[in-house]
Write a protein that binds this ligand. Sequence first.
Ligand SMILES: Cc1cc2nc3c(=O)[nH]c(=O)nc-3n(C[C@H](O)[C@H](O)[C@H](O)COP(=O)(O)O)c2cc1C
Ligand SMILES: [Fe+2]
Ligand SMILES: [Fe+2]
Length: 404
Amino acid sequence: MKPAVIELREGVYWVGVKDWGRRIFDGLIPLPRGTSYNAYLVKGGTKTALVDTVNPGFEAELLAKIDAVADPAGLDYVIMNHAEPDHAGAIPTVLAAAPRARLVLTAKGADLAVRHYRVPQERMRVVKEGDTLDLGGKTLRFVDAPFLHWPETMFTYLVEDEVLFPCDFFGAHIAAGMYDEEVPDLPVRAQMYFGEIMMPFRKAGERAIEKLADLPIELIAPSHGPLWRHPERILSLYRKWTAGETLPKVVVAYVSMWGSTERLVRAAVEVLLGRGVQVAVHELAHVDVGDLAGDLVDARAIVLGAPTVLGGLHPAALSAVNLVKALKPPLRYAAVVSSYGWGGGALRQAGEILAPTGIEVVGAVEVHGAPDAEAEAQAAALAGELAGKIHSPPAPGRPTGAGV
Ligand SMILES: Cc1cc2nc3c(=O)[nH]c(=O)nc-3n(C[C@H](O)[C@H](O)[C@H](O)COP(=O)(O)O)c2cc1C
Ligand SMILES: [Fe+2]
Ligand SMILES: [Fe+2]
């Protein structure tokens, strides 16, 4: 049987693979619906280029797909938009199969191609912003897009067909679907992906989107998930997400061993719901990091519920607070509720971790043992104060600190 190769435009083919069964990414992010590694073949009148490759383990499938439309040995260029192994892992195999091919990459990409894949210098061709490759009636132009999400990243733009290959940017982890309109919840999956991977680099994302404003784009062909046949759908979302636009929305992230912290959380949530705040609750013992990251993309505040364990935050809460700090979401406000048994320590540690983030800690409620009605009322009052702040926000876009 011939492998599935999809012609996107005349001479432009999807030669990627679907990894339906993958369930975890980066040892961190659950993939309930798998993912895809999209690679593309562009055949011009005189030269042929492969744009990105696939995850290790799928090399044979990639070569078979290329072979269905072009002789792999005749490839002239392999474009490395990004050096992470899910797109670059098959580069050694492809370069071995295509002895004439040059690996096209940024200067920083060249360094990574040596470190990760031992690519010899003479096989590389370094490109920079605005450089082009003429394939004969098909022109590839390179757009520098550093830190989306590694230092070396770039986008490739196919001028004649107005197709953008942005690698991870605009991507989503889902194996199903070839085009955006086939996956009803694709914007949600894309938001999760943005939260997990791109959110710490919002400033770099804004800069890249500004550059794209000058390019007519008919099709966005990312390297994970369906292709955006309606580019404005994802562009408009990315404009909001990179700008740090938030909704009147709270992420409630909590864990509770014996229910004390949970009772404070419940008292707070009731008030928030009553005040017209959108509430996304994540129970941290069973949290899906992708779901949590997705909700952090447009939430204005976080309520952290965390008991003390061994003088500090419960480990599940510690991990979540560290994630919040690392992902640099546009959160403006935080509130913390906690229960302790003797010396406490959860509140102190939460404060220490959140202090450098610029998120304003509106208040905290801490109860010794199980909460009584008064403690629950305090949690409710804190939630009321938070709701007031949420409904009268200052301008969007807390500084991310990611000045890259
Ligand atoms: C494994 C474990 C370790 C704990 N370590 C501490 C501690 O170091 N300091 C403290 O004040 N309380 C400690 N506690 C007590 C809890 O903070 C206390 O029981 C609290 O009410 C639990 O809240 P929860 O019902 O929301 O889980 C610990 C409890 C457990 C189960
Ligand atoms: Fe990546
Ligand atoms: Fe990727």
